[in-house]
Write a protein that binds this ligand. Structure first.
Ligand code: HEC
Length: 182
């Protein structure tokens, strides 16, 4: 028992000395090992699911909500997540982990999966994600606006640049005060 304990203490000390020497490379260009990536993904997915699962999803299918979401998305999110018709940006290229490109993802048809995805997206947009560059938009935006962006992201798959432009424009036609803020 004593032997195991001293071995454990010695290992911890060794880890502290190695990390303290600066051996670990924090560069965004230095990718995680496959196993580290899997662990981070597992932690993230369980953490988000546990916090999002009891959220109530409001109706997300109104045209006005969609265009409100598109307008906010185009003002705040495309620099990292891009949008139909946009090329990768200098910022998006440098991110690690990379931001998902929503319009290139397959559409979700199962309503159950869609509802769970809506909860998870809402939670992430509102609270952000540690050590990823994904900001917490809930500090500056109300829940209605965050649901609008959630609704929009769920509809962005396979959207053409023209449809995207039209949605943003139709938001401008509603008497929306967003352009005053961004
Ligand atoms: C500075 C870059 C940046 C900006 C700006 C940004 N995001 Fe993100 N976002 C990220 C990154 C990076 C991730 C991936 C994090 C990860 O892999 O854990 C992410 C993840 C997400 C996710 C989770 C996706 C998933 O599959 O679980 C959602 C939803 C999201 N962002 C929505 C938004 C919205 C909406 C906006 C604008 C209001 C926005 N993001 C602005 C960088 C950004």
């Amino acid at each position: 028992m004593k032997k195991i304990l001293s071995l454990l203490v010695a290992s911890i000390l060794l880890i502290i000395i190695v990390i303290g020497s600066g051996a670990y490379n924090m560069a965004a260009t230095e990718k995680h090992w496959g196993i580290t990536e899997k662990i981070i993904e597992w932690v993230r997915e369980n953490s988000i699911e546990a916090r999002a699962k009891n959220l109530e999803v409001p109706p997300l299918d109104s045209a006005e909500l969609l265009s409100k979401g598109a307008e906010h998305y185009s003002a705040m999110c495309t620099i990292c997540h891009l949008a139909p018709g946009l090329e990768p940006t200098e910022l998006s290229i440098g991110l690690y982990p990379q931001a998902p490109i929503f319009h290139q993802q397959a559409p979700i048809s199962d309503p159950m999966v869609q509802s769970n995805r809506a909860k998870e997206y809402f939670w992430v947009i509102k609270n952000g994600l540690k050590m990823t560059a994904m900001p917490a938009w809930g500090l500056s935006h109300d829940d209605d606006t965050i649901w609008a962006m959630t609704a929009f992201i769920l509809e962005i798959s396979d959207m053409t640049p023209k449809q995207y432009e039209n949605l943003i424009q139709s938001a401008g036609n509603h008497s929306n005060d967003h352009s005053n803020h961004h």
